[in-house]
Design a protein around this ligand. Structure first.
Ligand SMILES: Cc1ncc(C[n+]2csc(CCOP(=O)(O)OP(=O)(O)O)c2C)c(N)n1
Length: 397
């Protein structure tokens, strides 16, 4: 009988007996892919976008940043009740979204409103969602920042962490069966890699070579839980190995690195080479949302080094070096963006403060159920002042 060599548990932990320590297995396999250097230089063969696109994407990033700052201010003023922004994560959002085809569905987490705006969600309509007013396409049925925009193939945000991952795999699987050239892009944070849906989604996608791009925004924090408490893996990208799929670790504050990696991931998926797990390494510069104060759980000195890695500064350096944006043009761009946002806020706030009450019953079923029709009639009678239905209990007697 063959005898297994005796290996002490302690020795295994130390990585002895032929097994390298887990970190050593991954550090070389998943280097951080970066294109734009601090001085704004970039290898010409890795730029991958025309000059006009570079300027346009920088403008989107500035707009997104300014919008987030403005919406937080509006929340503090009591004009909207909740906001969740993407300050510091703009390159991850725009780099991925810009790399997909317009016919690809986007399944957002909740920090990717920039992707919907890039695809044509009108800014005023987005702000109506935050206000939950009569201009809100969700008719106030959702929380603020849970926007959806059908014309842009941008799905509604589902609050439970990770559920969009399995939805995306299902959409990709359906597209493959139908023979459609559609590759969904699904976003999630590193916190979502602890969810059941992450495992179910990546496992199924790996086994069936489902064409999907998994874009993980590793921003270091899941509300107050730091990445080190989320997973013992050295990287998120290495989790791809267990599912038999490709994984790539990208500098998430480098628009061109994110864009290039996503273009390649999409192409592989479309060619039948299966899904890719992209780990976009970035940082959540502010609180999780307007509902928490990060100073209560995150030392300020952890944030400081990331200020220098700001994705907007990186893009600005690239544009300056390529002679695409001078100080005067930058100032004009900022002024334009501020004006666009101001006008959109004005337009959004001009809508009635609430959607008509009758819309409470809409959008649940394609055809309303008899119970809903009855409830609607009852509500209409109550609103019309019918004393028998004003108090539902007395109406039932
Ligand atoms: C199943 C589930 N558990 C907990 C929550 C509460 N929750 C909302 S966001 C969040 C953190 C998610 O962090 P991460 O996935 O890293 O995304 P990030 O916010 O950093 O972008 C948590 C725990 C939730 N929405 N759903």
């Amino acid at each position: 009988m063959r005898r297994e060599p005796e290996v002490s548990i302690l020795a295994r932990r130390k990585g002895a007996n032929g097994l390298p320590a887990p970190a050593q297995q991954t550090a070389e396999a998943f280097p951080l892919y970066r294109v734009i250097q601090d001085d704004g230089s970039a290898p010409p063969d890795q730029i991958g976008l025309a000059d006009a696109d570079l300027v346009a994407l920088y403008r989107w990033m500035v707009l997104n940043r300014t919008l987030d700052e403005r919406m937080v201010a509006m929340q503090r003023q009591g004009r909207i009740n909740f906001y969740i922004g993407s300050i510091g994560e703009e390159a991850t959002v725009f780099g991925t979204a810009r790399a997909m085809k317009p016919s690809d569905w986007i399944l957002p987490c909740y920090r990717e409103h920039g992707a919907a705006l890039l695809r044509g969600l009108p800014l005023a309509t987005y702000i109506c969602d935050l206000l939950g007013n009569a201009g809100d396409v969700m008719l106030g049925h959702q929380m603020p920042c849970h926007e959806a925009w059908r014309p842009a193939l941008y799905t509604s945000i589902s609050s439970p962490i990770g559920t969009q991952i399995t939805h995306a795999v299902g959409a990709a699987w359906a597209a493959r069966i139908k023979g459609d050239d559609m590759v969904p892009l699904v976003y999630f944070g590193e916190g979502a890699t602890s969810s059941n849906d992450f495992h179910a989604g990546l496992n199924f996608a790996g086994v069936n070579k489902v064409p999907v791009v998994f874009a993980c925004r590793n921003n270091g924090w899941a509300i107050s839980v730091p990445r080190e408490r989320q997973t013992a893996s050295e990287t998120i990208a290495q989790k791809a190995i267990a599912y038999g799929i490709r994984g790539e670790r990208v500098d998430g504050n480098d628009l061109l690195a994110v864009h290039g990696a996503t273009v390649r991931a999409r192409a592989r998926a479309a060619e039948g080479d299966g899904p890719t797990l992209l780990e976009c390494v970035t940082y959540r510069m502010e609180g999780h949302s307007t509902s928490d104060d990060p100073r209560s759980y995150r030392p300020a000195e952890l944030v400081e080094p990331w200020r220098k890695k700001d994705p907007l500064l990186r893009m600005k350096a690239l544009l300056a070096r390529r002679g695409l944006l001078g100080e005067a043009e930058e100032a004009k761009l900022l002024a334009d963006v501020r004006e666009v946002i101001q006008l959109a806020v004005k337009e959004a706030e001009a809508h009635p403060a609430k959607p008509p009450l009758e819309t409470l019953f809409e959008g649940v079923y394609a055809e309303p159920l008899w119970q809903q029709r009855e409830q609607l009639q009852e509500l209409q009678r109550a609103l019309a002042g019918d004393p028998r239905v004003a108090d539902p209990r007395s109406a039932r007697r």
